[in-house]
Design a protein around this ligand. Structure first.
Ligand SMILES: *[C@@H]1O[C@H](CO)[C@@H](O)[C@H](O)[C@H]1NC(C)=O
Ligand SMILES: *[C@@H]1O[C@H](CO)[C@@H](O)[C@H](O)[C@H]1NC(C)=O
Ligand SMILES: *[C@@H]1O[C@H](CO)[C@@H](O)[C@H](O)[C@H]1NC(C)=O
Ligand SMILES: *[C@@H]1O[C@H](CO)[C@@H](O)[C@H](O)[C@H]1NC(C)=O
Ligand SMILES: *[C@@H]1O[C@H](CO)[C@@H](O)[C@H](O)[C@H]1NC(C)=O
Ligand SMILES: *[C@@H]1O[C@H](CO)[C@@H](O)[C@H](O)[C@H]1NC(C)=O
Ligand SMILES: *[C@@H]1O[C@H](CO)[C@@H](O)[C@H](O)[C@H]1NC(C)=O
Ligand SMILES: *[C@@H]1O[C@H](CO)[C@@H](O)[C@H](O)[C@H]1NC(C)=O
Ligand SMILES: *[C@@H]1O[C@H](CO)[C@@H](O)[C@H](O)[C@H]1NC(C)=O
Ligand SMILES: *[C@@H]1O[C@H](CO)[C@@H](O)[C@H](O)[C@H]1NC(C)=O
Length: 876
């Protein structure tokens, strides 16, 4: 990434602009008609009595109480981009023998490391609708991270949730349905943390597109904007959609949360006091720490009091050598701008998260280096200093390849089947498409997977890992064909029309056409797609390829590898297209998993975790591709509210091609006997009362000399971020920026420093409750059951789904509120049983700032997809 030098200056002078408290020189933000974020101060401090966090906080207290101010600041501030081995590392505490904490991408494996697995994407595993499988994926990823010495795994993702189908990073997350994403967040967090690694739920919040997420990146592409995109989200939509899955992550005990590049209501995600202090730390009672996305921090003191706990990667912009925190945070405490309790709170939250996952002071060494595969090299890569062994090439894969194959197969959605599948020793297979074969550059040929060659098994960007191997579809198909004595020929060039025609029109051909659509993170642009997809059609003329093949071959089976829905209207209903499969982004076992499904070794059951609409416009919400606010922050108004994906089409009564939750099996199921039972739960009581006074842990020296860089102990590493000052003449001199010759002046209004006990939120947890919200929101109010009979000839999994109609005029026709994946033998009947919590049947009430069960009549529905709901019953 390259940034013009003046971008750094912008970051310094504009830090105040987005903070409503600081007098702003940015006329754009002051314009009355722009969305505005209300202040929420002071920043809620940790609550050591929160259920599930007691032991972690007892250990954190013991540790943090011993620390000096500089040591605490070290815990909060990254040492700078490429300063150490991991994508992010904070300072260390040598006096106590505590090495620096290691944060590492990505949500589907370990980025920048060797001998690690490349897992199925989040969006793909969401299609399994299988809690246990999602948990096992998280656990396996956690195990690999632990072996490599990673402390914080930067995932899972609920932002983007997938507001716009073209959103570049939707595949890193799970589904545009908040209930499904919430379940997947919780299971993944539990899996990762049960393996002893801190999970990081990201990106908080409203981070729904790549365009304009960063100023430098946008300017590099010719968009002359001075502030990043603002996601303008109303309070009800925030609670019922975007915040929902983060609630599940917090309730599952997630140790960290990453704030986003995007602004929310024109206040930067990492200094938005309403979202961080208000929603996350007070209303949800989140007890872990908030870290910034890389370069998403835009202020020092303002972000500290708004609830940020860790600055990543520590420098203002990559390799500037300066930091909003580090020295600045030390000085901000010394000069009284940031209260001591806030820095103590940051340190406590960080250490509590660390202890919560079972870590001890006996740390696991970091045994890999993100920046080179060389065994020996500079441990401080940016500075090219500290030559030593930096890579131990530890194999962390264990037996995860088998698990990945299972996940990918169980997540493959059968969208159409006219009897063509499963394949049974076919006589002649014609395999067509670049997407079935290898890339000539190898599976890791493009940095961060930033190209589209060969079969697609991962999107691009920081949410990737290096493939240890990639079994392509053609390899696995060929192996199967050899066993079956099937004639098999492949054409791996989408443009080789005449060759393809000659092959597929031959008598008896079963054509398997592999196609794809890719996307990724905004720092890489592939074929004009600046992270977000520029269209929803297939890449590499995929749609033409399918049309050509199916015009000549009456048994054309299509396999789509994609990052979300594509427009299939042109060909999906051709009688010659006899089957369609969505295999998502399967990861390293792509070929073997698709063969498992095609040949019926795994009976498909997965369900599409998003809607396949006939037209792009049907989705109602889209990416903003052109700035719409002059040079100011592009404004993305979420005017569709909670009506994204199936809720949008259902409300507008538009028929999708394949609806949310849809997927076929090689057997058939029937639904019967819905029963609703009311459970007696206590009446809902808003949380009342106050928290505690802000605690502090240990004293700090007010002598500037005690913060002087200890030149005699160790050398200054170039561009490295420290907590120290260079001069003892005055606080003002110490905070003089040698680059710009001025101090980083930040003045905060009174009140943000308040340390008295604060009111608890009515919708939030009490002092001894589990984080996530008022505990009564999770009371079970109903048990709903139904019978499911396998009416076909083969064993299979069925995914019964429960939807609720909340009944109000502003409510979607139905919302998902329960599901299970159940194995049923042919001829047998199984019982699907699920419960509905108070939260499941409530709406967010803006007035009372709480959840309420409205008086509108409510109905539950059960069926195999969002549009096929044969059973229904009123909710008493
Ligand atoms: C954004 O503005 C809307 C409309 O005023 C408001 O409902 C919502 O709470 C605001 N959100 C934040 C995070 O400030
Ligand atoms: C802060 O971290 C740096 C980098 O790990 C280390 O060199 C320094 O000694 C630490 N300072 C303190 C006060 O622990
Ligand atoms: C970008 O916009 C600013 C005004 O905010 C203007 O001063 C500058 O010249 C513009 N730069 C380019 C390259 O158009
Ligand atoms: C302190 O922060 C300002 C931006 O607010 C930055 O310009 C300056 O370089 C920082 N100082 C240090 C020592 O990193
Ligand atoms: C693919 O086929 C087209 C048409 O025959 C040809 O022009 C092109 O060179 C081929 N590409 C490769 C990589 O062989
Ligand atoms: C859509 O984008 C892909 C990838 O950039 C490209 O291959 C394809 O030609 C585009 N489709 C249309 C219809 O423009
Ligand atoms: C289906 O395939 C046959 C060849 O098997 C072809 O003659 C026919 O035109 C195709 N039909 C369509 C609708 O493409
Ligand atoms: C395709 O056409 C052939 C020859 O006309 C016929 O034997 C076969 O049954 C057809 N297959 C399908 C799947 O319709
Ligand atoms: C402190 O001194 C080091 C080494 O000379 C220099 O690189 C750094 O920029 C200085 N920091 C400040 C805040 O002046
Ligand atoms: C205190 O120091 C911080 C960090 O350098 C700076 O942003 C702030 O303006 C200073 N405040 C005062 C009152 O000097």
């Amino acid at each position: 990434m390259h940034f013009a030098p003046w971008v750094a200056l912008l970051a310094v002078t504009k830090y105040a602009a987005a903070n409503p408290f600081v007098i702003s020189d940015n006329s754009q933000v002051e314009k009355r008609d722009l969305a505005y974020s209300e202040p929420y101060y002071p920043s809620p401090w940790m609550n050591p009595t929160a259920q599930g966090w007691e032991d972690a906080y007892a250990k954190a207290k013991e540790f943090v109480s011993q620390l000096t101010l500089a040591e605490k600041v070290n815990l909060t501030t990254g040492v700078g981009w490429q300063g150490e081995q991991c994508v992010g590392q904070v300072g260390s505490i040598p006096r106590l023998g505590f090495r620096s904490l290691c944060m590492q991408d990505s949500p589907l494996g370990i980025r920048f490391a060797d001998y690690v697995s490349a897992f199925t994407s989040g969006q793909t595993v969401a299609a399994s609708f299988d809690r246990d499988l999602i948990y096992r994926r998280g656990k396996a990823m956690g195990e690999e991270n632990k072996i490599k010495g990673v402390d914080v795994l930067l995932g899972p993702v609920a932002g983007p949730i997938g507001r716009a189908p073209a959103g570049g990073r939707n595949w890193e997350g799970f589904s545009p349905d908040p209930y499904l994403t919430g379940v997947a967040m919780a299971e993944t967090v539990k899996g990762i943390q049960d393996a002893g690694v801190v999970a990081c739920a990201k990106h908080f919040i409203g981070n729904e597109q790549e365009h304009f997420r960063q100023v430098g990146e946008s300017q590099g592409r010719g968009y002359n904007i001075s502030e990043t995109l603002s996601s303008n989200i109303d309070d009800k939509t925030m609670h019922e959609l975007y915040l929902w899955p983060f609630v599940d992550a917090v309730r599952a005990g997630v140790g960290s949360i990453m704030c986003s590049y995007t602004q929310i209501n024109n206040s930067y995600g990492c200094q938005n006091s309403k979202t961080l202090n208000g929603l996350l730390k007070n209303e949800l009672g989140f007890q872990g720490f908030v870290m910034s996305d890389w370069q998403a921090q835009h202020s020092g003191a303002a972000s500290a009091v708004a609830g940020l706990d860790m600055s990543m990667p520590g420098d203002t912009v990559f390799n500037s050598g300066f930091s909003f925190w580090g020295t600045n945070l030390t000085l901000a405490v010394l000069n009284g701008t940031v209260p001591q309790y806030r820095v103590d709170d940051m340190a406590m939250r960080i250490m509590a998260a660390y202890f919560k996952v079972g870590r001890t002071l006996d740390q696991i060494p970091i045994n890999f280096d993100s920046w080179t595969r060389d065994t020996f090299g500079p441990i401080h890569y940016a500075a090219n200093e500290g030559h030593q062994q930096i890579n131990w090439h530890v194999d962390a894969q264990e037996d995860h390849g088998d698990l990945i194959r299972e996940i990918a197969a169980k997540s493959t959605v059968l969208l159409k089947n006219d009897g063509a599948l499963p394949l049974k020793k076919p006589k002649f297979l014609a395999v067509i498409g670049e997407d079935s074969g290898p890339s000539p550059l190898g599976p890791n040929g493009c940095a961060d997977r930033g190209c589209n060659m060969g079969t697609l098994a991962m999107g691009w960007g920081s949410g990737t890992s290096d493939f240890p191997y990639l079994v392509t579809p053609i390899e696995a198909l060929q192996a199967q064909a050899l066993q079956d004595r099937t004639r098999i020929e492949a054409v791996l060039n989408n443009s080789a029309s005449s060759t393809i025609e000659t092959l597929v029109k031959q008598e008896g051909a079963t054509a398997l056409v592999f196609v794809n659509a890719n996307s990724g993170e905004g720092f890489i642009s592939v074929d004009g797609n600046e992270g977000d997809r520029r269209n929803l059609t297939l890449w590499g003329n995929g749609d033409e390829l399918i049309k050509n093949v199916s015009s000549l071959c009456n048994n054309t089976i299509v396999v789509i590898h994609s990052v979300g829905p594509t427009l299939v209207s042109d060909w999906y209903d051709s009688p010659n297209v006899t089957a369609i499969l969505w295999a998502g982004l399967p990861g390293q076992e792509s070929g073997r998993s698709i063969v498992d499904v095609l040949y019926g070794k795994v009976n498909p059951a997965a369900r599409t975790p998003f809607t396949w609409a006939a037209k792009r416009e049907d989705y109602g919400a889209d990416v903003l591709y052109e700035p719409n606010n002059g040079h100011g922050a592009p404004q993305q108004d979420f005017t569709e509210g909670i009506f994204i994906d199936y809720r949008a089409l259902d409300r507008a009564e538009i028929d999708p091609i394949f609806e949310f939750g849809f997927g076929l099996s090689y057997t058939t199921f029937e639904y019967s006997d819905i029963k609703v039972e009311k459970i007696n739960a206590k009446e809902y009581k808003p949380t009342t009362g106050k928290g505690t006074e802000a605690p502090t842990f240990g004293n700090y020296s007010t002598e500037l000399e005690d913060y002087l860089f200890p030149k005699s102990s160790f050398p200054y590493i170039w561009q490295y971020i420290y907590p120290y000052v260079n001069t003892t003449s005055s606080l003002k001199d110490a905070s003089m920026d040698p680059e710009f010759g001025k101090t980083a002046e930040e003045f905060l209004p009174p009140g943000v420093l308040e340390s008295a006990a604060q009111n608890l939120e009515p919708a939030g947890p009490g002092l001894t409750d589990q984080p996530g919200g008022n505990p009564q929101l999770f009371d079970e109010l109903y048990t709903v059951t139904a019978k499911i009979t396998n009416t076909g000839d083969v064993e299979g999994d069925e995914i019964p789904q429960l939807y609720v109609s909340l009944g109000g005029k502003d409510d979607p026709p139905v919302v998902l509120r329960g599901f299970d994946r159940i194995r049923v033998e042919p001829g047998c009947t199984a019982v699907f049983s699920t419960t509905l919590t108070r939260r499941d049947v409530s709406n967010w009430d803006v007035e009372s700032q709480n959840w309420v069960i409205t008086s509108s009549p409510k109905t539950v529905f059960i069926g195999p997809s969002s549009r096929k709901l044969p059973l229904s019953a009123p909710l008493p």
